[in-house]
Design a protein around this ligand. Structure first.
Ligand SMILES: Nc1ncnc2c1ncn2[C@@H]1O[C@H](COP(=O)(O)OP(=O)(O)O)[C@@H](O)[C@H]1O
Ligand SMILES: [Mg+2]
Length: 633
């Protein structure tokens, strides 16, 4: 080794996120340390699968060692555990990249949540996120990685004690595997059980029995390897031969999730295209669910050879699904880029999406509670499909579940909603906002409540988008209760208090005109409302254009220059309104204050601030003072 290389080998700091993750691992409160083995075996299997793929184009990479394998070796005396594969291997840069940074998406979200959590919750979180290679530091106080890339004459040694730095240096070929990677764990005193064959075999059986590469174990230095997992691909087996636990283990190893799958879709498509799909809907939200890239995680295999994880086999709105597709028809000797263009792949994708949606429909029908859990976790993602996938819009609307004014706790389907339509009701009404509780207090709902009309309470940001598409369900359009005229006069009130909007007396009409003149440019219009029964005022959006919630979202995202002027609706039968309307010309100042205050009240009810906080507080003070010591007294 020359001097330059030696100095390069000196401690490099880990990337900040890695350092945080390592700290978590070393001081792990996570009791289930067994998972480190699954992570290392899954990396070894990935490396074998990547080599198998590269060898399609370059068979010479395999040399005289064509069969992939993973070998676990124990040296109890030295307290050493070694996991070795004959896969693709890593060169120096790949080591620095792969073992010094975290490319895994969702890491940021994971670390943020970890930092905000404590104790038991923290342990659960660690369990949900596959922490990858670094989990080795839960059981080892030093990890050495020796690797020789396929087809290369060089080998490298990566080494770290997990305390913030690592080193990479050239290694002697004689010390390195002939091809692939050897991960050597110097096991901590308190983790000695991981140098016992019994423990290791149990963990492999429980966690990694279905990885598509055979695994053997070497009990002590010099002993012969014994096979403990045969590497048969689980998805090729008959459904009847696969137990729930097998599926769960496989799901965990392929998905990097540590929960139970909420739905398993395993099928063989025959006929025009032959392929096998094994898709899992996770039981909890993966950490990368809201990553900006919205990438899917379905792996593509061709005749059991792993091709790519980047083929986007399902639409984006199903990106929470995990699993694989194995095609019998796609040519093996085709590049990843070419595969993407293949019409065959298009057909498979279509079939796969239909299958997954079909299974969700079945579950919704047969086990509504199990489906509700899936909806709870992934509904906000599925709804993206309502505007992205025209072809499946109706199916997705039928799968959608809502909180409503009649059912704020249990989820309601649109099918249930339309069954409860009131006489003369021609639309499905909704109110969009941040949270169900706030929405329920909204004055806009009063007229609907008085008529027993159910209103959907939409609280996901995505809701404001799909409702504006002109979509309909069962022939009924979606209509915002904060937009346009409410058209409620035709629907009879269930409390029998018939109060047609037309019968607004002249004094009140004059007062409305006065408010409009006073507010001037601040409002589009001021008008009598038939949507209010108890409150005095509310704001609504004009008939055309976006509803107020969507406008706020767009403006917040910088996609809309300004929010359009609202219409102030006034309840013409409200005691305060009629009293103000009766005030004479001598009370003009009070009426002006009242006009502004009514407008500010409507804004506050929407979660906004008064138009002009200073002026608001002055007006409020004047009016309060008057009520404490009435004018003239
Ligand atoms: N046995 C191995 N052979 C080849 N590359 C490996 C091996 N183990 C780890 N790596 C590299 O290190 C990276 C990080 O591994 P890991 O932390 O488990 O994350 P992930 O497997 O999700 O990418 C891998 O993506 C891979 O590039
Ligand atoms: Mg990994």
């Amino acid at each position: 080794m020359n001097v330059a290389e030696e100095s390069r080998a000196e401690g490099r700091p880990f990337e900040a996120d890695v350092a945080k993750l390592l700290h978590l691992m070393v001081h792990s409160v996570y009791s289930d340390k067994d998972v480190f083995l699954r992570e290392l075996i899954s990396n070894a299997a990935d490396a074998c699968e990547r080599l198998r793929y590269e060898a399609l184009a370059t068979p010479s990479l395999l040399e005289d060692d064509p069969n992939p394998r993973i070998v676990i070796s124990i040296d109890a005396d030295q307290r050493r555990l070694t996991i070795e594969d004959n896969g693709i291997g890593m060169n120096r840069d790949e080591m620095i990249e792969g073992l010094g940074t975290i490319a895994r998406s969702g890491t940021k979200a994971f670390l943020d949540r970890i930092e905000a959590s404590q104790g038991a919750e923290r342990a659960t979180l660690i369990g949900q996120f596959g922490v990858g290679f670094y989990s080795a530091f839960m059981v080892a106080d030093r990890v050495d990685v020796l690797s020789r890339p396929a087809g290369s004459g060089e080998a490298w040694l990566w080494s770290s004690d997990g305390q913030g730095t690592f080193s990479v240096s050239p290694a002697d070929l004689a010390d390195a595997p002939r091809r692939g990677t050897r991960v050597i764990l110097h096991i901590k005193e308190d983790s000695k059980t991981y140098t016992e064959r019994f423990t290791l075999e149990r963990i492999v059986r429980e966690q990694s029995g279905h990885v598509p590469v055979p695994i053997s174990i070497v009990e002590k230095p010099g002993a012969a390897p014994a096979e403990i997992a045969d590497g048969a691909a689980l998805w090729t087996k008959a459904k009847a031969d696969i137990g729930t636990a097998d599926y769960t283990d496989f799901y965990r190893s392929i998905a990097g999730q540590f929960d139970e799958p909420a739905l398993i879709v395993h099928f063989r498509a025959e006929g025009r295209h032959e392929y096998t799909g094994l898709i899992f809907i996770p039981g909890s939200r993966p950490f990368d669910l809201f990553d900006a890239d919205r990438k899917g995680r379905i792996k593509l295999y061709v005749k059991r050879v792993f091709i790519t994880g980047e083929a986007e086999m399902l639409p984006r709105y199903l990106r929470f699904a995990r699993g694989l597709v194995d095609s019998a028809d796609l040519p093996l000797n085709i590049s990843r880029e070419m595969i993407q263009e293949s019409p065959l792949l298009g057909a498979i994708k279509k079939g796969l999406a239909s299958r997954v949606i079909g299974e969700l429909e079945k579950l919704a029908e047969k086990e509504p509670e199990a489906y509700a859990k899936i909806w709870e976790n992934f509904g906000s993602v599925l709804k993206e499909g309502i505007y992205e996938d025209l072809e499946r819009r109706d199916a997705l609307l039928a799968l959608s579940r809502f909180k409503t004014t009649s059912s704020a706790v249990a989820w309601r389907s649109l099918k249930e909603y339309v069954v409860g339509l009131k006489e003369n009701q021609t639309a499905i009404y909704y109110l969009a906002g941040d949270d169900v509780e706030r929405l329920q207090a909204s004055p806009h709902l009063e007229g609907f409540r008085a008529r027993g009309v159910e209103v959907l309470l939409l609280t996901d940001p995505v809701d404001s988008f799909w409702v504006t598409l002109g979509a309909s369900f069962d022939g009924k359009p979606f209509k915002s209760v904060t937009q346009g005229a409410a058209d409620l006069t035709l629907i009879p009130r269930s409390d029998a208090k018939q109060t047609p909007a037309a019968a607004v007396d002249a004094e009140v009409n004059d007062f409305l005109a006065f408010i409009k003149a006073t507010l001037g440019e601040e409002v589009e219009d001021v008008r009598a409302s038939d949507r209010l029964t108890d409150s005095a005022v509310c704001l609504v959006a004009p008939e055309s254009g976006p509803d107020r919630q969507l406008e706020k979202l767009l403006a917040g995202a910088g996609r809309l220059a300004s929010i359009s002027k609202p219409i102030l609706e006034v309840n013409p039968r409200h005691e305060l309104v009629t009293a103000l309307a009766r005030l004479g010309e001598g009370e003009r100042a009070l009426k002006e204050d009242a006009a502004h205050l009514l407008f500010d009240e409507a804004r506050v009810l929407e979660g906004e601030r008064p138009a002009n906080p200073r002026a608001f507080s002055d007006r409020l003070a004047r009016v309060l003072r008057r009520s404490v010591s009435p004018a003239g007294s």
